[in-house]
Write a protein that binds this ligand. Sequence first.
Ligand SMILES: NC(=O)c1ccc[n+]([C@@H]2O[C@H](COP(=O)([O-])OP(=O)(O)OC[C@H]3O[C@@H](n4cnc5c(N)ncnc54)[C@H](OP(=O)(O)O)[C@@H]3O)[C@@H](O)[C@H]2O)c1
Length: 247
Amino acid sequence: MKILITGASSGIGEELARQYANKDNELILLARREDRLQNLQQELLPHAKSVTIVVADVTKFDALQEKIRTLGHVDMVILNAGISIGHSLKITPFSDFKNIYDVNVLSNHAILEILLPHFLAKKSGKIVFISSLASLISMPTSKVYSSSKRALNAYAEGLRYNYKSEGIKVINILPGFIKSELTDKNSFHMPFLLSTKEGAQRIVKAIEKEKRLYAFPLRFYLIILFLNALPQFLRDKIVFRIKRKAS
Ligand SMILES: NC(=O)c1ccc[n+]([C@@H]2O[C@H](COP(=O)([O-])OP(=O)(O)OC[C@H]3O[C@@H](n4cnc5c(N)ncnc54)[C@H](OP(=O)(O)O)[C@@H]3O)[C@@H](O)[C@H]2O)c1
């Protein structure tokens, strides 16, 4: 299987690359930090069929699309590159807002605009989005990140309906907290934090099972579903209490 993983230079993407490194798989690893990609390539080359690195900034859309065009058909793309600007109650600078949307939302369509015609021609292909449990509840300290991931959910859902009959599988993954450079910046207690390896293993299993939506850890997911099911005034009380603690 030819697999493109974006954001493969650290965290979940790097660990997913390790999980998929076997003699059946041709890996294509994309990110900006070339040295990290090269180290990972050296580590995985003995195990995988091939490992190609693509050094690209996913927010430089034209250059990104040129690079994706050279790849031809891939069997699966894992759209994992993502950023957060940390947790803050301050007014978000517009440039940060734009950057989050460029990486977390728009870059995915920049890639898929190129890959979808190949998927359609072969009537097969897997598109995996790495969204977040944060997409299901918008906290005052992470409103931009949450909203970007919620936009991603809507896009993933629409794509799935659009292309189901064309043999294209769309899988949306909503992880809770997983250890990575992104979460290392958090100074607060992260409930149900998983190791990078366990997080990636769970994602691989969900992809194998072709789950249309996989939100985990289950207990954290259930708590969020419960909060969302509460009457608005009760949910507000809980969120305002969390906000008071954060400020
Ligand atoms: N960790 C969690 O708890 C958690 C929970 C839910 C969802 N997620 C999602 O999981 C995904 C992976 O995050 P992570 O936790 O593994 O964080 P991470 O270790 O910070 O990894 C982020 C990856 O995205 C790449 N990236 C960021 N900006 C990029 C850009 N402009 N161009 C190309 N690549 C870029 C980074 O590579 P370079 O810096 O080398 O470019 C890096 O490989 C993200 O979408 C995140 O939102 C994470």
